[in-house]
Write a protein that binds this ligand. Sequence first.
Ligand code: AMP
Length: 537
Amino acid sequence: MPYDYQLLIKNIFNAPIYFDPNQEIVYRGEKRFTYATFKRRVHKLAHMLTSLGVKAGDTVAVMDYDSHRYLECYFAVPMIGAVLHTINIRLSPEQILYTIDHAEDDVLLCHADFLPILEQIKGRMDVDKIVLLSDDGTLPQTHVPLVGEYENLLEGNSDFYFFPEFSENTRATTFYTTGTTGMPKGVYFTHRQLVLHTLGTLATLGSSPTQNFKQYDVYMPITPMFHVHAWGLPYVATMLGVKQVYPGRYVPDLLLELIVKEKVTFSHCVPTIMHMLFNAPKINDVDLKGWKVIIGGAALPKAMCQEALRRGIDMFTGYGMSETCPILTLAQLTPEMLLLDDVAQSEIRTKTGRPMGLVEIRVVDEQMNPLPQDGVSTGEIVVRSPWLTQGYFKDQKNSEALWQGSYLHTGDMANMDERGYIKITDRVKDIIKVGGEWVSSLELEDIINQHPSVKEVAVIGIHDDRWGERPLALVVVDVPKKDEQSEKSILSHAKEFIKKGIMARESMLLKIQFVESIDKTSVGKIDKKSLRQKYGA
Ligand code: AMP
């Protein structure tokens, strides 16, 4: 009988480089494991979970920083047929309680730092088996009933677990995305989807001569492991068998230190984190040349990309969303494009990118007709690929809206040029309508960001009696520069671009307001919903 090989997460371990005994998994520069030890720990963890009563189909939740333990859960939990629920530790306690209940979690692994959150909800949550994750093994003072500490519970278990075969369409992971309205919505991915996403990402990142991720790179994620499996890249890194560095809680100076000491060559993060690193005290003491970084989760500002290129960082855009596993596009350059100067390169690197292998992307009008690939015609991105969530967990109504017309609707507005590079101009909900014309808040932000005294900017639409809406730029600058003079200077800088025809003329109605800081979402993106509530009127 031929063997019906299923695309299961356990088979990610079947890669030649994986047997290299010297490859390491490093936690905060403090703990080191070889891949052989990592594999043994995954087997032990499977025993530990099953002895806690976890069965196929149960759900195991994790609240941790980016760690070797999280990586072990990425494998052991789905490999026993259970579902891994990666809890967003930045949600409010009430939202966390909602996601724990909604996902029907059976066991919860929780870092000591998050026990105070559980203290607040403990009487009301259904999970009664809570495992402590501790960096130093000490048991903190807590009223949360714990079944034990991770390392203690691992110890003594056999380092061989017979991982069963089952259908590749078994659910492997779930997590919650905070939309603009209502409670968080659960998305979910199967073994097959995660394996195909791993292969698709490997093929697109691995086969390119530039902006790639290959064997002998050193990997460190700087997008949280609770958010869309850290973009699925820990699975890619494990299949490649590269050295992996997990930084724990994000502390800018520690991140920079790890990049240098562990010789990290490949990372990914949202622009806010990169902004934090560029403003860290140690930034000018470290050489980041050769570091490849995908920026995603929000548009990569040109000013940031140019600063990165000046520092020798190979920065480029990736695009996706919680619903899409996540990667859909990457802005890799062709060899000819690499001959261009930094400014010209940053134009391409900050585009949203070209679709990855196996991803079908369309930019469509409201009737779902594809728009011309002319780099101008703007419509919604709809998508098909093997790794998109098939719906929102236990939420028929929103699932149907997501999959209207059998394409997944991203809610992102974009255009596509003749070479297949997509450029997102806005979220459907964020686009500003001035006198009937669309003004892209992202493009305005990009221009204002290039002004030397601007540290951060967010553009929203505010009500205007005559025009319906007009753009308001909320700008963070250095304190001494916060005066009328700099307001004028930023406005005339923006208007220069507008006059050159780069922006719609309606953007001339731009207003500037200086603010101390810009609200962020739980995953570090600009929170336009909150900004509209504060400043929209
Ligand atoms: P999330 O589900 O929280 O990861 O958010 C997904 C959303 O982030 C997308 O629908 C986009 O609106 C936005 N996003 C992600 N990547 C990019 C990008 N490269 N450029 C612009 N927006 C992006």
